[in-house]
Design a protein around this ligand. Sequence first.
Ligand code: XMP
Length: 317
Amino acid sequence: DWTPESFVDSTVRELKEKVGDDKVILGLSGGVDSSVAAVLLHKAIGENLHCIFVDNGLLRKDEFSSVLESYKGMGLNVKGVNAAEEFYKELEGVSEPEAKRKAIGKVFVDVFERESKLVENAKWLGQGTIYPDVIESVSVKGPSATIKSHHNVGGLPDYMKLQVVEPLNTLFKDEVRAVGHTLGIDDAILKRHPFPGPGLGIRILGDVTAEKVAILQEVDHIFIQGLKDHGLYNDVWQAGAIFLPVQSVGVMGDERTYENVVALRAVGSLDGMTADWIHLPYEFLAEISNNIINRVKGVNRVVYDISSKPPATIEWE
Ligand code: XMP
């Protein structure tokens, strides 16, 4: 019978046999899959696993430092690479959604490739690919794959000639979580909402600037922390905030303001293919809206997205 314990035992044994004394490179994203893959590989080959965690400047507030710390706490051999400026530079003046994804994907590959070369004699590329990813790439692509190009960790140029090792490629998401739990990985990582590879880059409609990222990080943090404080976080499949490319008139004290609008989105889903907007309590939405407008400079209006997928997608871009 399949149990997470037996999976861990047999996989660690197989990985030792397969990889031997070779070095493996793995890109961590902060998400469930890459984290579980890393801890499994680390259990099998220890310091020969070289993890790379790239800050693309489009992560949630404080996410890079806090996730990096928790990876180090798990004993992973991980290098954090702050590449925010490189990403912002490539994104300058780019506002079309697919062009943004391409720009972000390109810089990621550049940075990852550069960092990988610093690991001498690496033979393998570790990846957190799970079973549904395998299915999606061999069968007719699902709507989310064809409507939006998904850039995840990986996609290295051929000449690097690394062999790929994917210890999770037979598992479904709930099995990955169970394995992660058995490996002692924190719930803060295992129960984290899905977050797109291009991050806040596709939640800032129009062109992306460091200033907009900073505003959206604050807004998103108030929303997500609010969900956690009210015990709503685990009832929601995915949530986040979107920076809209419009300004609207408001009034603050005696002053007329003309500032930014943000949208909040929270959905329930099983696999992201379809999704329903969540009926968050009005009182909760009122509190979050007040906190955002009072605390985040540059935002004077908050709206809540009440669209389901289909026909709307989860992300706005
Ligand atoms: P949509 O917006 O297509 O999103 O309904 C479905 C799920 O996929 C995530 N998503 C992405 N993930 N790279 C990713 O790694 C992407 O470019 C991307 N676009 C959307 C989205 O957050 C949701 O969980």
